[in-house]
Design a protein around this ligand. Sequence first.
Ligand SMILES: C[S@@+](CC[C@H](N)C(=O)[O-])C[C@H]1O[C@@H](n2cnc3c(N)ncnc32)[C@H](O)[C@@H]1O
Length: 217
Amino acid sequence: MGRLIETEQGFGGFNGMFTLAEMDRGSNAYCEIFRDTTGKPLVQIAADILREKGQLRVLDAGCGTGRAIYTLREDVARQTGLPQAAIDVTGINDVDYRGKSKMVEVRRAAASGSLRYIVQDLDIADLSADHYDLITSVEVLIYNGYEKAARIVHKLTSAMAPGGKMFMTLKSRQKQHLESYMRTLQSNGFKLFERSIPPFDRVAVMVEKPAVRQEQV
Ligand SMILES: C[S@@+](CC[C@H](N)C(=O)[O-])C[C@H]1O[C@@H](n2cnc3c(N)ncnc32)[C@H](O)[C@@H]1O
């Protein structure tokens, strides 16, 4: 587990130094980064899954304060008219930033446990296979070395439910490092889309797992 260090520059753990603005983003910020090939933003994609399945299981891998999943749950419930209870959200973060959100509701939800917030390094997290309909990982893997980031991507891919979607940001060199794994995924029926995010050295990658379970990779 990481250690929280608060300095004048920002908040830091073993993986880097962040300002509050970089770890307390809401679902609107995630929607600016993540759209599908038709331009549909993340919240609408999540709403579609919920309407289709009647439930939605979301994992935010590297959730910062937990604000994005808190607001995603609210937005999706509002858009669909379905109860928040149908939306199960989990955030995992290696450093405990629960009390740090600017939104008092997020702080309260994380403290009370109504927002499931697990303090753990993703590299050692024990995730159920084939479980999550939606996984997000925004500006997280970039703070991890090539091999560790690759292990985490494997783990997250395995945790996706059949038909589930994962959105993550990577550095372009990390993406290159994962090229052969990505090709294996494609040959196993996964769909992959990517978009570079100028002016940064970032690639937003979307992975869609086949609805019918195929050979595990
Ligand atoms: C720049 S912040 C982004 C937070 C949030 N995703 C957002 O966009 O607002 C990066 C976060 O990833 C977490 N992180 C980085 N590597 C991690 C790892 N291996 N396991 C768990 N959390 C990690 C950091 O503690 C930090 O909270």
